[in-house]
Design a protein around this ligand. Structure first.
Ligand SMILES: Cc1ncc(COP(=O)(O)O)c(C=O)c1O
Length: 342
């Protein structure tokens, strides 16, 4: 059992300093050893490429304390592959898969006392970061990189957890261009989305939905999560778009939906199709599933199900994925990677 005394059931989604973070450096054309450090502070050259030209990317994944007391990471190999894809897209040095896995496993193992107890609804969030560190004035890729991995206990991303929220369509600002970098996890995407997301929040909408930036006709994704909907005739429909992040949660939910007998469709979704849905969800590592009660576009408000209660299909999907994550249900897809104290 964890020795830390925290109010586990009331954690937010905020940075907390834990015991150890991991670091590996790429210098002279090769990756060095992974090292643990207690201090998350480090020094950096003021001309580092990550600071000027945005060679920075990250990942987000979770470890869960399971019913039997053990801890396990959810699909870390998928995050490793996505970080490598991101790195290649912006000409950074991709960390080898084994290095990434070693880093995230050790982030959990060395902070085991911070992994929240089973039954609290909390989890341990792992944040790997890759940055180009060498100095450079002309635009071009760095020759040196650092991979960090830190982790902390978190509660639900949205204060109320699995409870419907109101969304708005953000059309004043786009977050990703077609053929741009919306399909990878570069840090700059989040700066690009901040103004739009905050503008939506200011109007009372916790999440914003973005449309394709070429013609504002097709659904792309929410600011930090994928869009999926359940149609009135029980199909799981999610956008096929080159400018959205390939969500690991979404892919996992599609597998579960298929196993429940739902037909899964990945295709362009015209915004005019919104009335065909009976349930809408935002999905991602942080909140897993956020049910969406309404989507506002100008004067139009589309509603889905009940204002105070998640729909039946989203609830089933949520219970199934969380059941696997918390070790209550059989891990029949082999998604969980156990992490020991070693
Ligand atoms: C823009 C964006 N879309 C979708 C997701 C969900 O992806 P995942 O399920 O892999 O966390 C995230 C979170 O990482 C995100 O930042």
């Amino acid at each position: 059992m964890p020795q830390r005394q925290l109010d586990w059931s009331n954690l937010g989604f905020e940075y907390i300093r834990t015991d150890a973070c991991l670091r590996a450096d790429f210098t002279n054309g090769k990756w060095g050893e992974l090292a643990a450090c207690a201090d998350p502070m480090f020094s950096i050259h003021a001309a580092a490429v990550c600071l000027h030209y945005g060679q920075a990317c990250f990942e987000g994944l979770k470890a869960f304390r399971r019913k039997d007391g053990s801890a396990a990471l959810f699909r870390p190999h998928e995050n490793a592959k996505r970080m490598a894809d991101t790195a290649r897209r912006v000409m950074m040095e991709p960390p080898p898969l084994e290095l990434f896995i070693d880093a995230v496993k050790k982030t959990v193992a060395l902070n085991m006392d911070w992994v929240p107890p089973y039954g609290t609804g909390a989890s341990f969030y792992v944040r790997p970061l890759l940055i180009g560190t060498s100095p450079r004035v002309g635009v071009g890729p760095a020759s040196e990189y650092s991979l960090f991995s830190l982790g902390m206990p978190v509660g639900p991303y949205y204060k109320n957890g699995f409870f419907p929220v109101k969304a708005c369509i953000q059309e004043l600002y786009d977050r990703a261009a077609p053929l741009g970098v919306g399909n990878v996890k570069v840090a700059g995407n989040y700066a690009a989305g901040m103004y739009g997301d905050f503008e939506g929040k200011h109007k009372g909408y916790p999440i914003c939905l973005y449309l394709d930036s070429a013609c504002h006709r097709y659904i792309d994704e929410f600011g930090t999560s994928n869009f999926f909907g359940i149609t009135k005739d029980d199909r799981y429909v999610t956008p096929d778009s080159g400018s959205i992040l390939p969500s690991i949660t979404n892919r996992s939910l599609q597998t579960i939906a298929e196993s429940m007998g739902l037909k899964v469709e990945r295709r362009k979704i015209d915004i005019e199709e919104l009335p065909d849905f009976k349930e809408i969800g935002a999905c991602g590592t942080a909140a897993v599933i956020t049910p969406v009660y309404s989507v506002t576009r100008g004067d139009k408000v589309y509603t889905f199900g009940k204002e105070n209660e998640a729909g039946e299909t989203l609830t089933r999907l949520f219970k199934e994925i969380q059941g696997i994550q918390y070790g209550e249900l059989e891990d029949k897809y082999g998604w969980m990677l156990p992490v020991g104290k070693d």
